[in-house]
Design a protein around this ligand. Structure first.
Ligand SMILES: N[C@@H]1[C@@H](O)[C@H](O)[C@@H](COP(=O)(O)O)O[C@@H]1O
Length: 260
């Protein structure tokens, strides 16, 4: 696992957008797994900026969703489908056909989960999966004690996650209890995992994920199992890392050709 400490969220967004642009140069139709929440927004802004300046060609990129609320009506502005279309697909000028996600409105949720696994496999797998981290260490919506081998399935949110996400809804009680999420086993199949965490509120979860033992109680610690995982953190999110100086020195000495 590589840990890169950046001064702030904007720098993190720029760094990751640059890595996505590098990937698209090598593989123009790469499948990019995107995350929701506030943290990845600087990545999407920076990538749209690079595309707007003609510094990267995103026209053949494909986008896929990590997770989704269950039971929100189709087209609800806070369904993750709506969020990804609004924050990623439209700003990049992509067509809705280049986007794939699980169906949180399906009557048969079990089949919707299996169908999404098939969709990802038929698309050739995820090339780069962007991840955020919950304050409880979740990735996607894999809450603590999710199986490290889990596949796409329905999960129940913790009260902490519902509270954290209440800011997106009119009333706290509107936050759904159930979600569909790529499993940890599914996420680990992406060829490159890039987790971005910013702000003091994520410092504890980041320290446990990066330096704690591999444990289902900290789902993000599963990144320790991945051969190509990059954790990008700002100074505040890095503040509880014991090995911060080592991570800084390693990145400072990294040959530029290696990229992320
Ligand atoms: N399912 C999403 C996660 O993918 C995201 O990482 C997390 C953190 O969100 P934020 O970046 O807003 O803190 O929120 C939600 O729970």
């Amino acid at each position: 696992m590589e840990v890169v400490i950046v001064p702030d969220a904007t720098a993190g967004g720029g760094l990751i957008a640059g890595a996505i642009a590098d990937l698209l140069r090598r593989k123009p139709d790469a499948l990019l797994g995107v995350a929701t929440g506030s943290t990845p927004l600087p990545v999407y802004r920076a990538l749209a900026g690079l595309a707007g300046e003609g510094r990267t060609d995103v026209s053949r990129a494909r986008i896929c969703q990590l997770d989704e609320y269950v039971g929100l009506p189709a087209g609800h502005p806070e369904s993750y489908r709506s969020v990804v279309l609004r924050e990623v697909v439209e700003p990049l000028g992509l067509a809705e056909e280049s986007f794939m996600g699980p169906d949180g409105t399906a009557e048969d949720i079990v089949e919707a989960c299996a169908a999404y696994e098939r969709t990802l496999a038929e698309a050739g797998g995820v090339d780069l999966q962007l991840l955020g981290i919950g304050t409880d260490g979740h990735i996607g919506f894999n809450e603590p004690c999710s199986s490290l081998a889990s596949r796409t399935r329905i999960k129940t949110l913790t009260e902490q996650t519902r509270k954290d996400n209440a800011r997106f809804f009119d009333r706290p009680e509107d936050v759904p209890h159930h979600v569909i999420t790529q499993g940890i086993g599914t996420i680990l199949e992406a060829r490159h995992l890039v987790l971005l965490a910013t702000g003091e509120a994520k410092a504890e979860a980041v320290a446990l994920a990066v330096e704690g033992p591999l444990a289902a109680v900290v789902p993000a610690s599963a990144l320790q199992m991945h051969p190509h995982a990059t954790v990008v953190v700002d100074e505040a999110a890095a503040s509880k890392l014991k090995l911060a100086d080592y991570f800084r020195a390693t990145y400072a000495a990294k040959p530029a050709w290696q990229g992320l």
